[in-house]
Design a protein around this ligand. Structure first.
Ligand code: PEP
Ligand code: MG
Length: 577
């Protein structure tokens, strides 16, 4: 590949470092349907041929997939897709638009817009859902016509897109995805969380990058610095070679520490949890020793499903996680849908502020059947073992009490039907909305545990949209106000003996995680990829000394704690430079 640097000019872009790392590979440009512009052609016959060929290739790929050993559910989905692909009305419409002088891509885009517009008015929910299947198919055809079918022929892939959903990422063979580049993005967007869990470097915020790069072009990205190169020169590739060496060294160090206990230098045991929700088997089997699954995001499997999973389907999902956790506690967070986590089979409301809208527990309390089904599935899935349930986005104590009552109701129903019930149930809350803090002093005893979701907490604390790239980096997790707030929560929980952990992305950042330990938190849950880095750091930390330093620092009139903390942790060899 290095010869490319002689032949083609290196182009460099700077963006936002969202998931640290570096990667090299060939670009795979993903355009969403709305990014296609209307394009005319004077060769409609050629366009028609291209379209027919795309249909043929896709049909063949469906037929091949149907021959493989797949689940009944996958089979019926593939059969539906194949049937819709050959839908006469849709095909005819596309042909007509091409003959009016438009490219195959434009015709697919316009015909799909038209058909989905009509379908969205239908009363029949089943038919309405087929609308998404058409959109899905159109997306695949467009990708093929863009030259992207070559995912199979590309070895190391860098995905390039305007934006990508967390669930969309799962469409790809993740072992081939070496990096992601987006025009949008922020560190706590859900795609970034999932990419981090898989160790996929991610750069965001490079304007219209998907228009400047073509599929197959060679890219190198250093997402720790937020730099992307097209046609990297030999010098750049050399630099990457050294980064690779450094990475190998880090891997060895992690391997060496894998079995060591997570205890600070002065002997304090820290509980380390992992956050899960997608392809848990893969993540857990690669994952180092963890004490528990501190956050299981139940909405993620819901986002990948084709329709709302029923009770039996949910039980199968939860049992699988429990089996992989091998008896370690799994904290199941009830559905946290809304904001940037949209179920593809529901109609999202048009909301001005979806992050502050009808989402999460607010929604499941209003749609009680969804919550009840989920709680029933959770009660059944543990088969008598202890159950940990956590409610997200609680702003009023009454919301928590109502959700807990619903759980009690389902528990009583299970008892009435002589079902096996969990031997113990622990019910906790996420602390993500600052208002809940003001209930803690009076109501702390209603919680069996608290987990601080710093991603949303920070968003609401600073009134700063977590997905808005213009705000990335503006508010620091180590701002004295935020750290002081976390400190107060910790102290209240500690004196009431209510376990309190942190499960936002902050807990997986080694430097920020040390600050949490310095505040007295003894339980952190993070994406599995970060666990070893945090463990290595905490084993170098003298918690008491650092805590004293931190408390002194919090007393001073500093505007940012970060420089002094970074210097301390480096000077004390807790973290490397
Ligand atoms: C959080 O908000 O910090 C959190 C852990 O939940 P999520 O990132 O899924 O919103
Ligand atoms: Mg959250």
């Amino acid at each position: 590949m290095s010869e490319i640097s002689f032949l083609s000019k290196t182009v460099k872009w700077e963006g936002l470092p969202l998931v640290d790392g570096f990667a090299k590979g060939e670009a795979l440009v993903i355009r969403s349907i709305s990014e296609y512009k209307i394009e005319k052609t004077d060769k409609p016959i050629l366009e028609q041929k291209k379209f027919k060929n795309a249909i043929h290739v896709l049909e063949k790929s469906f037929s091949m997939a149907l021959k493989k050993k797949i689940s009944d559910e996958q089979r019926s989905l593939l059969e539906i897709s194949k049937m819709l692909l050959l839908d006469r009305g849709w095909n005819r419409k596309i042909d007509e638009i091409i003959m009016q002088g438009f490219t195959a891509q434009t015709a697919i885009y316009r015909a799909t817009e038209e058909i989905t517009q009509r379908m969205s008015q239908l009363q029949d929910a089943y038919l309405r859902e087929r609308m998404h299947d058409f959109q899905d198919l159109a997306g695949r055809l467009l990708q093929y016509l863009d030259g992207n079918l070559q995912e199979k022929s590309l070895k190391d892939i860098i995905l390039v897109a305007q934006n990508l959903g967390a669930a969309q990422l799962m469409d790809y063979d993740l072992s081939k995805i070496k990096g992601i580049v987006l025009s949008e993005g922020s560190t706590t967007m859900h795609l970034a969380i999932v990419a981090r869990a898989y160790g996929i470097p991610l750069i965001g915020g490079i304007s219209n990058i998907w228009e400047k790069i073509k599929t197959g072009e060679y890219l190198a990205l250093n997402s720790t610095k937020g730099i992307l190169y097209k046609n990297p020169s030999d010098e750049i590739l050399d630099e990457f070679y050294h980064l690779k060496e450094k990475q190998e060294k880090q891997k060895k160090l992690e391997e060496k520490n894998k079995k060591k206990p997570s205890i600070t230098k002065d002997g304090i045991k820290i509980e380390l949890g992992v956050n899960l929700g997608l392809a848990d088997d893969v993540l857990l089997s690669n994952s180092p020793a963890f004490d528990k699954v501190g956050l299981y995001r139940t909405e993620l499997p819901f986002m990948l499903a084709k329709e709302l999973p029923n009770c039996t389907e949910q039980i199968a999902i939860y049992k699988k996680v429990l089996a992989h956790a091998k008896g370690k506690p799994v904290v199941f967070r009830t559905l946290d849908i809304g904001s940037d986590k949209i179920l593809p089979y529901t109609h999202p409301l048009k909301e001005e502020n979806p992050a502050m809208g009808w989402r999460s527990t607010r929604m499941t309390l209003d749609r009680r059947a969804i919550l009840r089904t989920q709680l029933r599935a959770l009660i059944r899935s543990v088969e008598g073992a202890p159950l940990y349930v956590m409610f997200p986005m609680i702003g009023e104590i009454s919301e928590f009490l109502e959700a807990k009552e619903t759980l009690d109701f389902e528990l009583n129903q299970a008892k009435l039907h002589n079902e096996t019930v969990p031997e113990q149930i622990f019910v906790g809350t996420m602390l993500e909305i600052p208002s809940l803090f003001f209930y803690l002093k009076k109501y702390i005893q209603v919680f069996d545990f608290i987990s601080i979701g710093t991603n949303d907490l920070k968003q609401f604390f600073f009134a700063s949209d977590r997905g808005n790239r213009s705000l990335t980096g503006r508010y620091d997790n180590l701002s004295p106000a935020f750290v002081d707030f976390l400190n107060q929560v910790q102290k209240i929980c500690q004196s009431a003996h209510v376990p309190c952990s942190v499960c936002g992305e902050m807990a997986g950042n080694p430097l920020e995680a040390m600050v949490l330990l310095g505040l007295g938190f003894k339980s952190l849950s993070m994406n599995p990829h970060s666990l070893m880095q945090v463990k290595i750091a905490l084993r170098n930390l003298n918690q008491q000394d650092f805590s004293e330093f931190l408390n002194r620092l919090l007393e001073t009139e500093t505007v940012s704690l970060r420089p002094a903390i970074t210097a301390y942790l480096r000077d004390h060899q807790v973290l490397e430079d």
